[in-house]
Design a protein around this ligand. Structure first.
Ligand code: URA
Length: 209
């Protein structure tokens, strides 16, 4: 995997409305994208991203699943419901965060994205990052972390410390789907979230999650 190059960001030069307009333009291009022949022919629709176009935090997941493919929004299935509980536990609303994925189309059978698919979709992700220009990025799971940062380090070794991507501080942690299968790992994610909140100058509301 090649080292990922952060997009150039022009700090704070765009208003929220300008960012929303730019994201809408990119979403229109994405809706017509056929770079991945298999994904373009099997998707119900593309799943671009949702949330505050000027968010301090961006969440990056892996790829849409069946629920997301049906509804056109990232993280709306079972993993998304757990993600919503994590967001609430942090004292945020879903709307405060910008949420997207490495891929904008559902891989059939929810298989992992191929390196070619991730590379095809990278332009869209980079444009989302450059436009939102978040201070913090949370990569949910190894597919997000390894693809964003261009590394092969296991997620268990990446979590717990901040990485850098352009001006953004990047926290990598376990994917909510992994937590659904391995509830014992929730405590590690909560530790990671508390670390994020402290870094942002915010107080975790509770230490008992
Ligand atoms: N898992 C992801 O990584 N992204 C989604 O949007 C849904 C499930």
């Amino acid at each position: 995997m090649n080292a990922a190059t952060p997009p150039n960001t022009k700090l704070q030069t765009l208003s929220r409305e300008e960012r929303a307009a730019r994201l809408a333009e990119v979403a229109t291009c994405v809706a017509g994208c056929t770079r991945c022949e298999e994904l373009a022919s099997t998707r119900t629709q593309t799943v671009f991203g949702v949330g505050d176009p000027a968010a301090r935090i961006m969440f990056i997941g892996e790829a849409p699943g069946a629920d997301e493919d049906r509804q056109g929004e990232p993280f709306v299935g079972k993993a998304g419901q757990l993600l919503d509980r994590i967001i609430q536990a942090c004292g945020f609303q879903r709307e405060d965060i910008y949420i997207c994925n490495i891929l904008r189309c559902r891989p059939p059978g929810n298989r992992n994205p191929t390196p070619v698919e991730a590379a095809n979709c990278r332009e869209w992700l980079d444009q989302q990052i450059a436009t939102v220009d978040p201070e913090y990025i949370v990569c949910w799971g190894s597919v997000a972390a390894q693809n964003l940062l261009g590394v092969t380090t296991p997620i268990g070794r990446m979590r717990g410390t901040f990485q850098e991507f352009g001006r953004a501080k990047v926290l990598c942690t376990y994917h909510p789907s992994y937590l659904l299968r391995n509830p014992g790992a929730k405590k590690f994610v909560w530790d990671d979230m508390k670390q994020l909140l402290r870094e942002m100058g915010l107080e975790p509301e509770s230490t008992s999650k």
